[in-house]
Write a protein that binds this ligand. Structure first.
Ligand SMILES: Nc1ncnc2c1ncn2[C@@H]1O[C@H](COP(=O)(O)OP(=O)(O)O)[C@@H](O)[C@H]1O
Ligand SMILES: O=C(CO)[C@H](O)[C@H](O)COP(=O)(O)O
Length: 568
């Protein structure tokens, strides 16, 4: 077969030159085609993962999964490349020859064990029946016990890096998950040649060669000051864990926006793109969005609001802020310290209430009105005065990522009466996530990292009531990234840099990114009313989230014991 002619280096200067950004979210992958000279989004497509989030049963055997597990299927990710990319090209009507580069971003820490050539253990006949062989999605929360031990030992040994992660490493990140595999299925751990973020694995699928990016290594892999945690520290967790980084992580790290290879012939066939075009280093679905939404300058916090929310923020100086997810030099963009915090469930909380708390006649009403349930409940909830429902909720249905870093906490709704309606609870849940974000903003400011602007991107920015609630609760304007696919646009921007169309991410962001500043302004009267309710939220936060013997932990223990006994 005659190989594809390698792309003409001059192609990057063609006025219709474009790049592809592919955003791998929790529930779907989204591809966009973006013109590099102005950031115009020429076309897009979405592909829903066939297996969505695997929480109940292992796909290969049907065996029940233990509580707090969350897996995904690697073929669902490859399907995005085979379907959403060609569909986005078709939607754009773009000749593939105009595409000069592709970049991807992924949820993180979504991590999987592979063979030396990158084959997921989950897709091998020998290991497919073992739950620990499967990719652990970022929201896999069954490694909290391992995370607790990691944190206790890090503080006991005075590890310098622990302060870079707010004083606590999350059970959602690479080490707790890997330690859980080692302790619960050592054979799988032994067969694992590479423990790799899906953000890097998908790039491996595009180029045919392994690469590792600085973003996931820094925020999820505890790579700080040029090194991973020491063998002495790791041996203190488990004697066979001492060489975990050296054997399963070690690889040269590629900066964000760098070219890590050319599109392989196989990936060219999947995607319909020219073989050899630039492929950018992998990235995280939150951090990647900063250049798309005017958030590369220091002090501009970007909230990527979807299933969960990530708050990414650049700062001029290194500060040790308690309870954040992490700070990495150049972790968002070169030249700044990149800070990350987050809420492990936001859209997921609203989806839960739509599934469980809405009566059938509401569904019928929505269908008759041609609305989805979010739109119906939002419309019903919009008119009531602040506080009229008498509710305050804790947005911890999937644990608390920041600032408590505890995924065995759970949600609370206070103030329920026999008159409470579904839209009242829906609104209280919307508000609870705003209170959680205000707690994070205040944590950064108290920690010495200024937050001068609050910008939103992600699927939730379309909910006008939610955005106005955030402006009122935060007592500050809410700006909006204008793209409907912020992370995917961010990836396309990184692809443009990798392809040489722009010299660096900051320059590309100025040309290709776009933000609608101060789209929502706080209403002083509502903001005053929310100050009182935020005070009640903080009282619940302290009561249920801090202290030595927590009711929510006891309930989690009782729940898990009962479920495991029932499955035995
Ligand atoms: N109108 C809406 N108002 C509030 N939440 C919404 C609305 N529409 C969808 N959602 C929530 O958005 C989440 C999906 O966010 P999205 O950014 O599209 O995906 P991902 O989290 O995979 O990146 C779901 O949890 C869903 O419940
Ligand atoms: O922790 C993350 C980034 O650091 C995850 O990627 C994020 O929480 C999940 O993304 P989404 O809510 O868009 O599905």
């Amino acid at each position: 077969m005659t190989p594809h002619p390698l792309p003409d280096p001059a192609a990057r200067h063609h006025p219709e030159a474009c790049t592809i950004g592919v955003d791998f979210g929790t529930l779907s992958g989204r591809a966009v085609v973006v013109r590099v000279r102005d950031g115009a989004e020429l076309g897009s497509a979405v592909h829903e993962y066939r297996h969505a989030v695997i929480e109940d049963r292992l796909p290969s055997t049907g065996a029940p999964l233990p509580p707090d597990w969350a897996l995904q299927h690697p073929e669902d990710w490859r399907d995005v490349l085979r379907t959403a990319v060609p569909a986005a090209l078709a939607d754009a009507g773009t000749d593939p020859v105009r595409v000069i580069g592709i970049a991807t971003d992924f949820t993180a820490c979504t991590v999987l064990p592979t063979t030396p050539d990158g084959t997921p253990l989950a897709l091998t006949p020998e290991w497919a029946d073992r739950p620990h062989a499967w990719p652990k999605l970022w929201k896999h929360h069954a490694a909290q016990e391992q995370a607790d031990r990691i944190n206790a030992l890090a503080h006991a040994r005075g590890e310098k890096w622990i302060a870079r992660y707010g004083g606590k490493i999350s059970s959602e990140w690479q080490y707790a998950k890997a330690l859980q595999v080692l302790e619960e299925d050592p054979a799988v751990y032994a067969a694992c040649a590479r423990w790799i973020e899906a953000a890097d694995w998908i790039v491996w699928q595009l180029t045919g060669a392994e690469s590792r990016n600085t973003c996931t290594a820094g925020y999820k892999g505890i790579h700080q000051d040029g090194a991973y945690p020491s063998p002495a520290f790791l041996a203190g967790l488990h004697p066979d864990f001492a060489d975990f980084p050296a054997t399963r992580l070690e690889h040269p790290l590629s900066p964000l926006g760098s070219r890590v290879g050319g599109l392989s012939a196989g990936a060219a066939r999947w995607t319909g793109l020219p073989e050899g075009i630039a492929v950018a280093a992998g990235n995280v679905d939150a951090h990647v969005a900063a250049p798309a939404a005017g958030a590369v300058e220091n002090g501009r916090m970007l909230a990527i609001m979807g299933t969960s929310t990530c708050h990414v923020l650049n700062g001029a100086a290194l500060a040790e802020v308690p309870g954040i997810c992490g700070v990495v030099d150049g972790g968002i963009v070169e030249g700044s310290y990149g800070y990350e915090a987050g809420q492990s469930a936001v859209g997921d909380i609203f989806a839960w209430w739509l599934r469980q708390g809405v009566p059938e006649h509401y569904r019928a009403e929505a269908e008759a009105a041609g609305e989805d349930l979010h739109e119906l409940l939002t419309r019903k909830a919009a008119g009531q005065p602040v506080g009229a429902h008498g509710l305050v909720a804790l947005d911890w249905m999937n644990g608390n990522r920041s600032p408590l870093v505890d995924h065995h906490l759970s949600g609370v709704v206070a103030g329920l009466t026999l008159d409470t309606r579904p839209e009242d609870v829906y609104r209280a849940l919307l508000e609870s996530t705003a209170y959680g974000t205000r707690t994070i903003v205040e944590t950064f400011e108290e920690g010495g990292v200024p937050v001068e602007e609050f910008i939103v991107t992600g699927g939730l920015k379309k909910n006008a009531l939610l955005m106005q609630i955030y402006a009122d609760v935060l007592r500050r304007p809410v700006s909006l990234g204008t793209s409907e696919q912020g992370p995917a646009l961010g990836s396309a921007i990184h692809a443009a840099v990798a392809a040489g169309a722009h010299p660096d991410v900051r320059t590309a962001a100025a040309v290709m990114g776009s933000v609608r500043r101060h789209a929502y302004l706080p209403d002083p009267a509502r903001a005053d009313a929310y100050d009182e309710l935020f005070g009640e939220y903080r009282a619940l936060h302290e009561h249920f989230g801090t202290g030595p013997d927590l009711l929510l932990h006891r309930l989690r223990r009782i729940r898990n014991t009962a479920r495991l006994a029932a499955d035995a």
